[in-house]
Structure formats: C-alpha cells, structure tokens
Design a protein around this ligand. Structure first.
Ligand SMILES: [Mg+2]
Length: 245
C-alpha cells in the first residue's frame, strides 16, 4: 500500500461518542450484570485468570493501605465470589483502571454487545463521515484510553451497525498515555507516516497539546455533555466530524 497523504485519528469519548454513554450505560451494565456473570462462569479458566489478577491487585492495594480494599481468598475458599464481587465494586467506585478489572469488565461488555443488550453510542454524523473517509481512501484510526477490545465492541455493535469496516486500526494506552507527545510519535511510526500527516480529533485539551507537540494537527471536538474548555486554547474546533477539513 502506498503511503497515505492524510490519516485521521479519532478519540472516542467526547468525540465519536457521548461521555455519558460510558458512565450512564457501560459502567452501570457491569454493576447490573456482575452477579449473574460471576455465578454463570465461576471456576471456568477465563474467570479464574481474572480472579487471580484481581487477587494480586487486592494484595497490592491492601499492602499500600488503601482504605476499603477487599482481599480475595484462594480459589475454592468459602466466600470467594462475594469477595470478588465486593472487590470489583470497590474498584469501580474508585474509578480504577486496573488490568484485572478491565479484563473482567471487557468480558461482561462483550456478552452485552453480542446479545444486543448494549449498543455503542455514536453521534449522528459519525457513520456517514467514516464511510466518506473510507470512500476517499483516507485511513481512520481510533486512539482511546478504553482497551482495543472494548473499542472494537463499541464500533462493531454500534447503534448504526458495524462501523469497524471503516476503521483501519486501533490504539489504546499500551502505546502510551494520551497526554504524552511520544505516544503520537509512536502511533505515526506504527501507521508508517510522518506525524504531520495525521489529524487527531479529541475533546481533551491536554491530549491536543501533546499531539501538537509531536507535530500532529490537533482539532478539538465540541459535543453535547463535554466539559467546558478554557478560553483562548488556540486550537481549531468542530461540533461534528463533517466539519473536519
Ligand atoms: Mg475524549
């Protein structure tokens, strides 16, 4: 494939998708389905692997003296699942993004998206714009702090159907923090283009600053429900992806 002249990289929350979808639909779904999921999969290898991660995390948290951290007993011990449940809810109450929690949440979301109980929110302009970019030969990538597997679920089972056919790839924080310029350099390297080729759209000013520091063109997304931006931030803004030049 020849090197593209232009590449689009999109943030999710506050850019393609309302921030409230994550907090009002995805996280509450995990809380609602947790008991049923734990009961249905207790003792199965994928679950015991997640429980081991959660147990190691809990040991770390208890050792660090974190108030409310819930220790998890060994496999087969009495009260194991109650402890797992309490540990997961405590982590979620504290907005943790630990590996064990993300892995378990990911499995619950996967079941929800596949059954149709969850559908990924995308703003109205998103499907048409993705299709237009694809038609014009402009590659589009996603860069979000949500895991790549969660990103694929959101776009694969969106309110507008499967949008993954318009997407060329996905990045999460394994490539680095969204607030570090090096992450945008690494993304350009991975795609195989110069940073100057990339247009990055995000609602977050610190992310836009980091992208620009790397040489990427950054555009700020203004969507309903986004937190207000400071005045004089110095970036172009759009209220819809159709306004991205
Ligand atoms: Mg965002």
């Amino acid at each position: 494939m020849s090197t593209p002249e232009r590449v689009i990289v999109l943030d999710i929350e506050g850019t393609t998708t309302s921030i409230s979808f994550v907090y009002d639909a995805m996280f509450p779904f995990v809380r609602r389905e947790l008991d049923r999921y734990l009961d249905a999969h207790e003792g199965e290898p994928p679950m015991t692997a997640d429980v081991a991660l959660l147990r190691a995390q809990a040991e770390e948290d208890v050792a660090a003296g974190l108030e409310g951290a819930v220790p998890i007993p060994e496999d087969g011990a009495e009260g194991l699942m109650e402890a797992v449940r309490a540990s997961v809810l405590w982590q979620m109450d504290n907005d943790r993004k630990t590996t064990g929690l993300k892995s378990l949440q990911g499995k619950i979301w996967k079941a929800g998206f596949e059954s149709g109980e969850l559908k990924g929110h995308v703003f109205e302009d998103v499907p048409g714009r993705l299709e237009a970019w694809a038609g014009a030969g402009v590659p589009v990538y996603i860069y979000s702090s949500g895991s790549v597997s969660a990103q694929k679920l959101l776009f694969g089972y969106s309110e507008a159907g499967d949008l993954t056919r318009y997407l060329d790839g996905y990045f999460d924080t394994r490539i680095g923090s969204k607030k570090e310029a090096d992450s945008y350099r690494a993304i350009a390297d991975e795609i195989g283009v110069a940073p100057e080729t990339i247009t990055f759209v995000t609602d977050n000013l610190a992310e836009a600053v980091a992208a620009r520091e790397a040489g990427v063109e950054a555009i700020l997304s203004l969507r309903p429900g986004n937190p207000a931006l400071p005045q004089d931030h110095g970036f172009p803004t759009v209220t819809s992806l159709t306004e991205v030049p």
